[in-house]
Design a binder for this molecule. Structure first.
Ligand SMILES: Cc1cc2nc3c(=O)[nH]c(=O)nc-3n(C[C@H](O)[C@H](O)[C@H](O)COP(=O)(O)OP(=O)(O)OC[C@H]3O[C@@H](n4cnc5c(N)ncnc54)[C@H](O)[C@@H]3O)c2cc1C
Length: 393
């Protein structure tokens, strides 16, 4: 039964929210996770691609989560030159997020967190500048819950952060507008993801084809908000589908935003923390946010439990969370952002000539490093941009 007081209330039951609830519950404090939808994990708004090593940091990987194992990538340049690269060390997966997200919430529940669905949070409670609970509609009734800490894991459109006065805005150029179809009746190679890059395919982003079983795939596009005024992401994708997969049956259509920005510097205030998309914890180069959000939730859940034990939920105390995040992956995040900016400057001609150069490398010698070397060979100034990244300039 939903109570009116918990140590920690987590708003949102995505991967970031479940990890936060799980870790906080493991830390021995009382936790409740509130999800507005009827089911955890549904509807799915995601291409569902993850790296194995990323996931393994947190969980044993279950077979039921895996729709397809990915062992190579085909990169397609603006003039349709395609380059196949086998993954050397890493394996990728296309998940069944419906099952994956659901299981993460079960792990949180099994550790002691209470989980409620159809629980729509519509505001936060505050007292003297300290967030201390939430107001929600639960099964048709308005309720208030007091909490020492509220964790906003309510995704890209996070309102929890705004209600608490945090700066959550993403610049237009860093906001990718995304559309994805889950399609059947497509001839695709299993175990290989395909990515189309270049202004003509997807300005400021890419088109992805992620195999998800026999003749089935997630096919989507993300383009920078800077370009979506002139031509919508859906129009780019529809033209692509007509050209490449005219016989595809579209079984699911979804639209969404992906914040390919720098992570929020201060995702905390008195009594409140933001995690996952709500805190812009996404790899800005790839738009991948599952593992990054899990990491945010994982660290925030631990810090929340410690804060409760220490009886300090002030902003100053909770700043330990972004501090640990920066130590863990913050620098990489900033680097990826700068590399994204540097590679965005490559023209279509430069991308085509890089693809040609990589094709001259024997298949078994092609790695992501050799692609990078080819890129630098064709556009030496790229090394300056990338050196700047690693020098932290
Ligand atoms: C088209 C597209 C493709 C993508 N592809 C990939 C990919 O291939 N790989 C990858 O790693 N990432 C991908 N991403 C990004 C990834 O989906 C997100 O980064 C990830 O889901 C973030 O997890 P989260 O827990 O922060 O938020 P979410 O998964 O968005 O979960 C937020 C939850 O909060 C709930 N909620 C919101 N408001 C309230 C409220 N007021 N009260 C209660 N509950 C609320 C929502 O219902 C939702 O369940 C993609 C995104 C898009 C849009």
């Amino acid at each position: 039964m939903l109570k009116n007081k918990y140590d920690v209330v987590v708003v949102g039951g995505g991967p970031a929210g479940s990890m936060a609830a799980w870790e906080a519950a493991k830390g021995g404090v009382s936790v409740c996770m509130l999800e507005k939808d009827r089911d955890i994990g549904y509807p799915v708004r995601c291409g569902e691609a993850v790296g194995e090593s990323g996931l393994r940091q947190f969980v044993e990987i279950e077979d039921s989560w895996i729709a397809e194992k990915i062992t190579s990538v085909k990169l397609v340049s603006p003039n349709l030159t395609s380059v196949d690269i086998d993954f050397a060390a890493e394996t990728g997966y296309i998940l069944n997020r419906r099952i994956f997200d659901y299981d993460l919430s079960r792990y949180a529940a099994n550790a002691g967190a209470e989980v409620y669905t159809k629980a729509y949070v519509k505001n936060v409670l505050t007292n003297n500048g300290q967030t201390n609970g939430v107001v929600l509609d639960y099964l048709g009734e308005e309720k208030q819950i007091q909490a020492k800490i509220v964790i906003g894991a309510d995704g890209l459109t996070s309102r929890v952060g705004r209600w608490a006065g945090l700066r959550t805005l993403v610049r237009m150029k860093d906001m990718e507008s995304a559309v994805q179809y889950s399609v059947s009746n497509v001839d695709i190679e299993p175990n290989k993801m395909i990515m189309y890059i270049g202004m003509n395919h997807a300005p400021g982003g890419y088109i992805w084809v992620f195999p998800k079983g026999k003749k089935f795939a997630n096919i989507g596009i993300g383009i920078s908000g800077k370009y979506s005024k002139h031509k919508s992401a859906q129009k780019y994708l529809d033209e692509f589908m007509d050209r490449e997969y005219p016989d595809a049956a579209i079984l699911t259509t979804m639209c969404g935003g992906v914040p390919c920005a720098k992570p929020m510097e201060k995702p905390v205030a008195n009594g409140i923390m933001l995690v996952g998309d709500a805190a812009h914890q996404i790899n800005p180069m790839t738009g991948g946010g599952i593992v990054a959000g899990m990491k945010g939730g994982w660290i925030a859940g631990q810090v929340a439990a410690e804060a409760i034990q220490n009886d300090d939920y002030s902003e100053k105390g909770l700043l330990e969370y972004p501090k640990r995040m920066r130590k863990d992956f913050g620098k990489n995040h900033e680097r990826f952002y700068k590399i994204k900016e540097a590679t965005e400057k490559l023209t279509s001609e430069e991308l085509d000539s890089i693809a040609e150069k990589v094709l001259s490398i024997p298949h078994d010698k092609r790695t992501l490093t050799s692609v990078f070397k080819a890129a630098v060979f064709k556009k030496p100034t790229l090394i300056i941009d990338v050196l700047k990244v690693f020098a932290g300039v």
